[in-house]
Unconditional design. Structure first.
Length: 201
């Protein structure tokens, strides 16, 4: 029951963030009981509030806290790297993800971000390696729509579109099976996993 209530609070806060009202999102989190306020999933929503306000130093500290509390969660490391990137510490962001990528085998999010960072830094050979690794990950379909707009993935757009088609077909199948009529696919704007983690994560 506690987890259900906490998820409800987090979803409400995420809804305010999606609407661009970070003040209400923050108030929603402030209304949570103290034990929930320090949960990694709550801190991830706090990170997005800071990120929306371009408060990257505060966002970095929040990401550090997530990594300390739950080093097994991929989101904390990705958010920490993204905070560094937006503080114009691109090389440090890349190095951070490289240092922990082996902890998350088969997860596409880290090589995806590394491909983007390496492209920004001009590391052409690295870009190809990270793109190829991301494409081999079983969960790449989940982030494929985001890859469509990333310059690092331009050479493999045909493959990316193919993977996007897999997502679309899966959503349509699920929608049909559950009686849904639209089959509409909804993707989060953030390509960092923020706002998608449950309290069990």
């Amino acid at each position: 029951m506690k987890n259900i209530l906490m998820d409800h609070c987090l979803n409400s806060a995420r809804g305010w963030v999606e609407l661009g009202n970070c003040i209400e999102a923050s108030r929603e989190l402030d209304r949570m009981i103290p034990a929930w306020r320090t949960h990694p999933a709550t801190l991830e929503v706090r990170w997005e509030i800071y990120a929306r306000g371009k408060l990257w130093s505060a966002a970095f500290e929040m990401a550090l806290a997530i990594c300390e509390l739950a080093p097994e969660r991929i989101d904390g490391w990705v958010l920490q790297a993204e905070s560094l990137f937006h503080r114009t510490q691109e090389l440090r962001a890349r190095d951070l993800l490289i240092s922990v990528i082996n902890r998350f085998p088969g997860r596409a999010l880290m090589p995806f971000r590394l491909a983007c960072y390496s492209h920004h830094l001009g590391f052409t050979e690295e870009v190809r390696e990270w793109v190829e690794l991301a494409l081999t990950c079983g969960d790449f379909d989940e982030i494929a729509p985001r890859a469509l707009t990333e310059p690092a993935f331009e050479p493999v757009l045909v493959k990316v579109r193919e993977r996007c088609g897999n997502v679309r077909r899966a959503e349509l199948t699920l929608g049909s099976a559950s009686g849904g009529s639209s089959g509409r696919v909804v993707f989060h704007q953030a390509d960092l996993g923020v706002g998608t983690s449950s309290v069990a994560g």
